[in-house]
Design a protein around this ligand. Structure first.
Ligand SMILES: [Zn+2]
Length: 263
């Protein structure tokens, strides 16, 4: 699933569509669009894209007609600008006034595109935790629950938004914190620093393409070539050479080094 660095890479590249106007829409998968398709199509037609922001894994388009598009790519979605490759899983195509297209490719069809009023958007965003790149250590400390294993906390979008399985494993390895640990204040400080560092590195490398993720141009990110533990079970830990282990937490695999990350 695209996480914060992948979605941020897309957001930055989307400056290409700023001030463009929607002129048409096509889909073969209406369930992705969370509104009556005809109303959706009519409402966006003629609307200009004024701003594109991100909170966690959500992309938010502000339109000139005071509506908002909220796009969540979920498991296998990605956006493509000015290309409509064949043999891809194209689900939605926005036609723009410069004769170019913004398309959603999505193998699993879990992505969602919502058309919202300001009030509806505010309500949805208020249920999502703060973006880790936007907060101070004081705020971070304040949102962490008193108890609970840290991997689960990091992945909980209601507590903090944008971190998924790949970056959570990498952040915890960098921090030398076991994924099942209940962490101390000192560890919170280390964790906070590494959250920012690992996510920023992910952005710099234009995301991870371990799964389906591609950027707006259809290119893969290169973070996964630099990852240390995620899906590296049985391979040597880059720090101590002990074999990377895998456990299940919340039905998801967690990869860690039991020597560097003690419980
Ligand atoms: Zn190790």
């Amino acid at each position: 699933m695209p996480e914060l660095p992948e979605v941020e890479t897309i957001r930055k590249d989307l400056t290409k569509v700023l001030n463009r106007t929607f002129v048409g829409l096509w889909t073969d998968t209406k369930k992705i669009i969370k509104k009556d398709f005809k109303i959706f199509k009519k409402t966006i037609k003629g609307a200009k894209i004024k701003r594109i922001e991100r909170k966690g894994k959500n992309l938010i388009f502000s339109l000139s007609n005071d509506y908002y598009l909220l796009i969540h790519l979920k498991l296998t979605g990605y956006l493509l600008y000015d290309q409509l490759p064949k043999n891809q899983y194209l689900r939605v195509i926005f036609y723009l006034d410069n004769k170019k297209t913004l398309a959603l490719s999505d193998l699993r069809k879990f992505a969602k595109i919502e058309l919202l009023s300001k009030k509806e958007l505010t309500e949805i965003l208020s249920k999502i935790g703060p973006d880790p790149l936007e907060i101070s250590f004081e705020e971070f400390k304040g949102i962490l629950p008193k108890k609970g294993n840290i991997k689960k906390v990091l992945m909980n979008q209601k507590i903090i938004s944008g971190i998924g399985n790949i970056y959570a494993d990498e952040i915890l390895w960098e921090s030398k914190i076991h994924p099942l640990k209940d962490i101390s204040l000192v560890e919170k400080k280390i964790l906070f620093k590494n959250i920012k560092q690992v996510l920023k590195k992910g952005i710099k490398l234009r995301g991870a393409s371990v799964s389906d993720y591609k950027d707006l141009q259809g290119e893969k990110g290169t973070f996964d070539q630099k990852r240390k533990v995620y899906r590296k079970e049985g391979r040597p830990c880059p720090r101590c050479q002990k074999k990377i282990e895998r456990i299940k937490i919340n039905n998801r695999s967690s990869h860690f080094c039991s020597f560097c990350q003690k419980l």
